[in-house]
Write a protein that binds this ligand. Structure first.
Ligand code: COA
Length: 323
């Protein structure tokens, strides 16, 4: 049996740190409000000339190095992003060119905060069926370009960054199962509109316009949906809660993360949390958190890890793997 195994990880954050105190100078908010409602203390924001592909390239090069791979070994490139550099070509094609990879399939996946989960599970299917041997899978975002910096209810939540993994064919267990879902009936609860207003304003095609969110409703659906998703993932693998060593959740809100950990009977020591320093980096948040925990030595080879995400669409999904 062929598994898709994570051979190496990488991550990259823009240099500029924006603290809650800095935001409180421009909108009516406070460090206390932001920390108590979300767990976010600071986020990173790109420079004016920095793009999602720039972040992706740095994360990808780090992942290649960690995996002991050359760019020439990669036969599939998938980039999860909601904030592509251009409408087309895809960020995956731009990244491929930067890395000097010529020929193999390259495409973007747009599933907002669940994008990386979608991307890695697609790559897994290529590997399992023998269509690819080494895949580069990246989540990269410049959400700061979609944020209305005058809207306190959303601007405090998001940040920029990129995370990457190299996935390789292996006889040893890697990804054990992937579970993807979407329900477009929720399209207006979390969306990008021309003026940031709620509802069905003209939705823009490219990375312009502003994020509009009905935060309270998103929160409630996220918690119940993730609860069911965790149950589905455990059942599909015949596992108990105690079989999972680490939870690497999408980093949107510490209260949503804690609710999922509780569902798994996990202490917060088993949960990789970066939302305090990164904010919500959408499709980049899961691979970034994974990279942090691999690099600091918490996640070790052989550990069973659950990644889960939830985002605009709504989309949601999980990937269970042995690292
Ligand atoms: N600073 C201070 N006050 C703020 C604020 C801010 N940054 N943002 C909103 N408020 C105010 C609101 O205006 C409201 O004031 P009012 O009662 O006078 O009308 C009050 O705080 C409560 O707002 P509410 O939206 O009910 O707060 P909440 O407890 O639901 O927390 C979120 C707001 C956004 C933190 C929370 O709903 C959330 O995290 N939702 C999920 C968002 C998410 O994860 N999105 C991404 C999914 S991938």
């Amino acid at each position: 049996m062929t598994y898709a195994r994570i051979l190496g990880t990488g991550g990259f954050l823009p240099r500029r740190v924006v603290t809650n105190a800095e935001l409180a100078r421009t909108v009516d908010t406070s460090d206390e409000w932001i920390v108590s409602r979300t767990g976010i203390r600071e986020r990173r924001i790109v420079a004016s000339d920095e793009t999602s592909c720039d972040l992706a390239e740095r994360a990808a090069r780090q992942a290649l190095e960690a995996a002991g791979c050359l760019a020439a070994d990669i036969d599939l490139v998938i980039v999860a992003t909601t904030t592509p550099d251009r409408v087309f070509p895809s960020t995956a094609c731009l990244l491929q060119d930067r890395l000097g990879i010529h020929g193999p399939a390259a495409f973007d996946v747009q599933a907002v905060c669940t994008g990386f989960i979608y991307a890695i599970s697609i790559a897994e299917k290529f590997i399992k069926t023998g269509s690819a041997k080494r895949a580069l899978v990246v989540g990269t975002e410049t959400m700061s370009r979609l944020v209305n910096w005058q809207d306190r209810s959303t601007c405090v939540l998001f940040g920029d960054g990129a995370g990457a993994v190299i996935l390789g064919a292996s006889a040893e267990p890697g990804i054990l199962s992937a579970h993807l879902h979407a329900d477009g009936a929720y399209k207006d609860l979390l969306t990008v509109t021309e003026d940031g207003a709620d509802g069905t304003d003209r939705v823009l095609a490219a990375a312009s316009g502003h994020i509009a969110m009905r935060g309270n409703e998103v929160f409630r659906v996220a918690v119940t949906t993730l609860d069911a998703l965790v149950g589905e993932t455990l059942a599909a693998n015949g596992l108990n809660q105690s079989d999972i060593r680490w939870l690497v959740p999408h980093q949107a809100n510490i209260r949503i993360i804690s609710a999922t950990a509780k569902r798994l009977g996990m202490s917060m020591e088993q949960v990789i949390v970066t939302v305090d320093r990164h904010g919500n980096t959408s499709g980049a948040s899961i691979p970034l958190a994974l990279d942090v925990a691999v690099r600091d030595g918490r996640i070790q080879r052989g550990d069973v890890v659950l990644m889960e995400g939830f985002g605009g669409g709504f989309t949601w999904g999980s990937v269970l793997f042995t690292y």
